[in-house]
Design a protein around this ligand. Structure first.
Ligand SMILES: [Zn+2]
Length: 402
């Protein structure tokens, strides 16, 4: 960029530094859409302005002529300028700065701080994300991925989010949580790269398992232990509810009330309980043996999954046998489910893919969702997730590219 001249206007409420610029000779006459050289077409709309980063108290505007070129592919198009993206009234540096702030805080705060509309901030985010995503192929070189679902709005609205286990980055996200959503990911990936996948971790959901098994033929499906413990916790809660109903039916109102208050205690992990809370659990021995057995099964399963691979497999056999004979319907059923997913679960125990990635992604996605106060447009939500978690966040304009 060549600075031709500048003038400081002091009219209205805020001074404006107006800087007249032009592209360097070598950067002229390129299509604004594709950047390829193209013959000139006409002078376009004459002078154009771009809002640039403020200078002191003054707002700053770049001013330049914007001729059009005749691109073989795009036809008559405004020529590319090095200081701004195509079809925007803001300079590249200004957009990077605003988007950076929109990610760090939120779009409303960024809009207020820079005196632009929320809508303008939103379209900057989309523009910056699209440009960055067009530059890199996030789906290249994948070996181990995690497929997860993320809620974006109340009322069962979900996104499917795919992460790279090695880099921890989100590499793909789309609306919905169905087989079709997972299939769309594999279409984007292509059969060659899908064949190079070695590990896919997920929960036991059939909408993930079935297409992954079919479309990633060499991948080992790993079942997240975190989800398995979640299943056991759910089974325990079911036993508690059944016991409570049973007691109430037989007229033991007082005992029934005692069980109801136990819910929170039972669902917590043993190491997080206080001494007196542990006493309450021990008292179950007298109060309700079935419930104690259910609680023990949940805690034991947690221990089993934390063991080294060989011991975990042996301990899991013992656990499954015990659960099947427990005469607690929810645990008999859980044992059956775990047998179904046994191979996937053993793969996880062997390869130890932690769910730390999913957890940190979920935490940050939750933050993005909270900052937006509910996303109505899932596409806008996806763009923000990608900007924040895909490693394509813009640098501050004054950071030298490394
Ligand atoms: Zn073009």
């Amino acid at each position: 960029m060549v600075i031709v001249g500048w003038v400081l206007w002091d009219r209205g409420e805020r001074p404006v530094l107006e800087v007249t610029v032009r592209p360097r000779v070598g950067r002229r006459s390129r299509c604004g859409r594709c950047g390829r050289r193209a013959p000139g077409f006409d002078q376009g709309g004459g002078w154009r302005r771009w809002r640039h980063i403020d200078v002191g108290f003054a707002a700053c505007e770049l001013v330049a002529v914007a001729p059009r070129v005749d691109c073989p592919e795009h036809g008559p198009t405004v020529a590319a300028v090095p200081w701004a993206r195509h079809d925007t009234a803001f300079s590249r540096a200004f957009e990077d700065l605003v988007v950076y702030d929109a990610i760090e805080s939120n779009k409303t705060a960024a809009a207020r701080r820079y005196g632009v509309s929320w809508r303008a901030v939103n379209s900057m985010c989309v523009r910056v994300a699209d440009e960055a995503l067009g530059r890199v192929d996030l789906l290249d070189g994948l070996e181990a991925i995690a497929i997860d679902e993320v809620k974006y709005k109340k009322g069962q609205r979900y996104l499917t989010v795919v992460c790279d286990h090695y880099t921890g980055r989100v590499i793909w996200a789309a609306k919905g949580r169905t087989k079709a959503t997972v299939e769309a990911f594999f279409v984007a990936l292509g059969p060659e790269r899908a064949a190079r996948l070695l590990f896919v971790s997920c929960d036991g959901a059939e909408w993930i398992h079935e297409p992954v098994g079919r479309l990633a033929p060499h991948a080992l499906i790993c079942l997240d232990p975190f989800h398995v413990v979640g299943w056991a916790t759910k089974a325990l809660d079911e036993v508690r509810r059944q016991e409570w109903n049973e007691l109430r039916r037989r007229g033991g109102a007082k005992a029934a009330t005692a069980l109801k208050g136990l819910r929170f205690l039972l669902l917590r992990n043993w190491e997080n309980l206080t001494l007196s809370q542990r006493g309450v659990i021990r008292d179950l021995e007298r109060v309700n043996q079935r419930l104690l057995r259910a609680w023990q099964l949940k805690e034991e399963l947690r221990e089993v999954l934390a063991l080294p691979f060989r011991s975990a497999c042996a301990a899991l056999d013992a656990w499954l046998a015990y659960a099947s004979r427990s005469r607690l319907a929810p645990f008999v059923k859980l044992a059956r489910t775990i047998r179904t997913y046994r191979t996937s679960l053993e793969a996880t125990l062997e390869w130890r893919f932690s769910n730390a990635i999913s957890e940190s992604n979920n935490a940050s996605i939750g933050r993005i969702r909270a900052n937006a106060r509910g996303f109505h447009d899932p596409e806008a939500f996806i763009k923000m997730i990608m900007l924040d978690r895909a490693g394509i966040k813009p640098q501050l304009p004054w950071t030298k590219a490394s």
